[in-house]
Design a protein around this ligand. Structure first.
Ligand SMILES: *Cc1c(COP(=O)(O)O)cnc(C)c1O
Ligand SMILES: [Zn+2]
Length: 445
């Protein structure tokens, strides 16, 4: 069976199509974003049960490249690419963790966290970047005049792009907002040999500049307006359902900035639905930082209007975005998935992350936004105690050590650290140590 995929304009009135080998990010006819579309009839030749069996067989196997949870679903992602051109570091297969104790603390029996940060560069961005960089390598192998790949980033996209480009031997250029990414995020592309440009502007400013740079088609744009990334990121939906033995959860909470990832999540569920692998859709909730909440405001207006905002400084720096590029895709997803948008303040996100850390997690601030939204919606009764809920954890907490340190030192702006636990500094004397331990034990009683 031959499987095929192509770019298609997301506007149904337009629907213009393009080859995946074209260097194109928006529709030439109407300017809308594109999405990768698959030959559904060809995919339907295999039964849902058989697809499920194929994915399970390949899952975490040593069979290159199918052991990667993205490439294990190759026919649903980029069917035509030669395996020789695939640039993979064994993406996906991340833990879907039953947060039993935290769930008990907040009154939820069936609460799970999808640990997307347990990956090569420490965020879910690897899922999409393996697809994009593989397609670039494929195009170069066919003689396309691509000299470099480039992106604007709030830190994680550039880390992923730099790592995959370095693995493939393709030059990478990354635009970062100066002093607005974490130390770990800054040093990742530096270490991987990318051309790192730290600019005195915010993400939206970097994005505008990288768009200008990539008007020259020899520099390939790697931001999520490039829908190849969405194809890789959508596998998270398939993977989670697979991890639940093909059962669909009730509710998924996902932090949103540029809104590519929520679109990807919806796209994965839609494809499973269209192919009969699942028979219902989950509810999807987008969590935004109150300081950068354009989607929340549009939701509150009943989707009547959308206004870009000037994103304020937020601890959730990877979602500090005022003009999300995938807005239309995200709104479509939320309408199809009974969607909700909720926001979290700096105080709420930091304390939610810390409370969950107390129960054994180690959350990045963006996951903190999702957890804070979970707490709010549980409180308001929007989420019920017996629902199966998955929180998408988008990055590893270790990438955000400054956030953790600041929290436990009580030094974060606008945050009252309710669960701070700073180290006790003592001379190396056993009596003083015993006293300190006794004091803490008493305080906990
Ligand atoms: C990129 C990113 C997000 C936001 O994803 P979008 O697709 O931009 O909505 C959230 N959390 C982390 C850690 C990220 O790196
Ligand atoms: Zn169009």
């Amino acid at each position: 069976m031959e499987y095929r995929a192509w770019f298609r304009c997301i506007s149904d009135e337009c629907g213009k199509t393009y080859e995946l080998d074209e260097v194109i990010y928006r529709c030439e006819a109407c300017g809308n974003l594109l999405e990768v579309t698959h030959d559904i009839d060809a995919l339907r030749q295999i039964s849902p049960i058989h697809w499920a069996r194929i994915f399970v067989e390949r899952y975490k196997s040593g069979d290159w490249p199918y052991g990667s949870s993205v490439w294990g679903k190759k026919e649903w992602v980029l069917p035509k690419i030669d395996n020789d051109n695939i640039v993979s570091m064994y993406e996906g297969s991340t833990n879907l963790f039953w947060t039993e104790r935290f769930g008990r603390v907040i009154g939820l029996k069936d609460l799970w966290v999808k640990q997307c940060g347990n990956s090569h560069t420490g965020s879910f961005k690897d899922l999409g970047m393996t697809v994009l960089v593989s397609q670039v390598k494929h195009m170069i192998s066919r003689g396309a005049p691509i000299k470099a790949v480039a992106c604007a980033s709030t830190g994680d996209t550039s880390a992923a792009l730099a790592a995959y480009a370095a693995t493939a031997g393709i030059p990478a250029i990354v635009f970062l907002p100066r002093n607005r990414v974490s130390l770990a995020q800054l040093i990742q592309p530096v270490s991987n040999g990318a051309h790192v440009l730290a600019l005195d502007t915010d993400f939206d400013g970097c994005m505008a500049l990288v768009k200008q740079l990539t008007e020259d088609n020899t520099i390939y744009l790697a931001n999520s307006m490039n829908s190849l990334r969405i194809e890789g990121q959508k596998t998270i939906a398939i993977e989670m359902v697979q991890q639940f033995d093909w059962e669909v959860p009730d509710t998924i909470i996902i932090p949103g900035g540029n809104l590519g990832n929520v679109s990807a999540l919806g796209k994965g569920f839609d494809l499973m639905y269209d192919l009969g692998v699942i028979t219902r859709r989950p509810r999807i909730i987008v969590a935004q930082a109150a300081k950068a909440n354009p989607l929340y405001q549009a939701y509150k207006s009943g989707w009547e209007s959308f206004e870009p905002v000037q994103a304020g400084k937020t601890l959730a720096s990877a979602i500090q975005i005022g003009n999300p590029v995938s807005l239309k895709k995200a709104v479509r997803t939320l309408k199809n998935f009974n969607g909700i948008v909720e926001q979290a303040t700096e105080d709420e996100l930091a304390n939610a992350a810390a409370l969950a850390d107390r129960c054994g997690m180690f959350n990045c601030p963006h996951t903190g936004v999702a957890l804070a939204v979970l707490l709010k919606l549980k409180e308001s009764g929007t989420i019920h105690s017996n629902e199966r809920v998955i929180v998408i954890s988008t990055a590893h907490g270790l990438k955000f050590a400054e956030f953790k340190v600041g929290y436990h030192e009580g030094k974060l702006d606008g945050v009252e650290s309710r669960y701070s636990n700073p180290p006790i500094e003592l001379p190396p004397e056993i009596d003083k140590i015993r006293d300190a331990i006794d004091e803490r034990t008493q305080n906990q009683e």
